[in-house]
Ligand binder design. Sequence first.
Ligand SMILES: Cc1ncc(COP(=O)(O)O)c(C=O)c1O
Length: 355
Amino acid sequence: MKKHNFSAGPSILSEYTIKNSAAAVTDFEGTGLSILEVSHRGKEFVAVCEEARARVKELLDVPAGYDVVFLGGGASLQFCMAPFNLLNNKASYLDTGTWASNAIKEAKLFGEVDVVASSKDANYTFIPKDYKVGKDSDYFHFTSNNTIFGTEMRYDPDCDVRLVCDMSSDIFSRPVDISKYDLIYAGAQKNLAPAGVTLAIVREGALGHVERAIPTMLDYRTHIKKESMFNTPPVFPIYAALQTLKWYKDLGGLTVIEKINLEKAAILYDEIDRNKLFRGTVATEDRSIMNVCFVMNDEYKELESGFGAFASAAGMVGIKGHRSVGGFRASLYNAMPKSSVEALIAIMQEFEKQN
Ligand SMILES: Cc1ncc(COP(=O)(O)O)c(C=O)c1O
C-alpha cells in the first residue's frame, strides 16, 4: 500500500533525492566507491559540497557579503552558537513555541535576554504581534515556523537590530529577503536532507563583535574560512542536500514551490474548517503551511483514536500530533505531493460519513 509520509521531521524527501542518494551509496559518481566510504577531502566530494553551497545561494538569492556553511550538531547547537558568536550584552527573543523557548534558555547562558513577547499562556496558538525590540539589543531572534504548534511567520520582519532566525522547518518553502538577516540557521531534516547537517547563512559583518573567546568548533568563522571542511562534515546528508537543491531548481525555484505549498495547505485547512469532526488549533492568520495541526471537535473527542487508526490503515504515516498539542499534525513539507494531501482529505471525508 502507498504510504503518505506526514512526519514532522525527519520527514519526507523527494523521490529524486532518495533515488540519487541511494545510487551514490552503491557508486558515488563513477568512483567505484560508496558515498558512505569516500574521503571528504577527495575532489569529488569537495565539488559536491561547493556545489551545494552555491545552489543554496542561488535558490535563496543570497546577496554578496554572506557565507553559507554546513555544520553538525543540529539546530539545537545553533541555539548556543548564535549567542556565543553574536550576544555581547543583551538579545531580544520572540517566544512562539518549544523551539523558541529552548533557544531562549541557551541565550540566557551568554547575557541578558529580553523576551519581547510570548504566547506561552495560550499554548502558543498564535504569533504575538505587538512587541518592540529595543535598539540596545545585539540581535532579535525568532522562529519562522513553529513545527510543534503549527504557526508560522511567513514574512521577513523589519528590525533595527541584527536579525537571527531559526528556519529549520520552513526554509526553502518560500522566497526570503536574505538581506534583512544576519544569521539564518536550519536543521536539514525537514526541507533539505536526512538528519545530520545544519545549514547556516551568515552575514560576514555580523561576526567578530563579541568580547568572549569562542571555542574553535563553535566559531562560525572557523567553518566559513574552511568552507565547511574544518573537520569531517556529514558527507552523506550533504550529498542528499545537493540532490534536493537540484530538484528545487528543476521545479522552478522558490516562487513556484511557495505557490504549490500554499495550494496544498489551503485545501487541507479548507477541509478542516468544513468537516464537522475537526477544527484547527491556531489563529487563522498565523496558520503554518508546513505543519497543519488539528483536533477533533469537542463533541467528537472520543473518535480521536479511531480516526488515528483509520488514517493509519489507509497509509497515512506520522499524523499524530505532538504531545503538547494532541490531536493530529500533517506536515506538508516541499516534497509532499498534493496527491497525498488529497488522499488525507479523502479519508477525513470518509470518516465523517461513517460517523
Ligand atoms: C523549528 C525547529 N527548531 C529546532 C529544532 C531542533 O532541531 P535539531 O533536532 O536538529 O536540533 C527543530 C526540530 O524539529 C525545529 O522544528
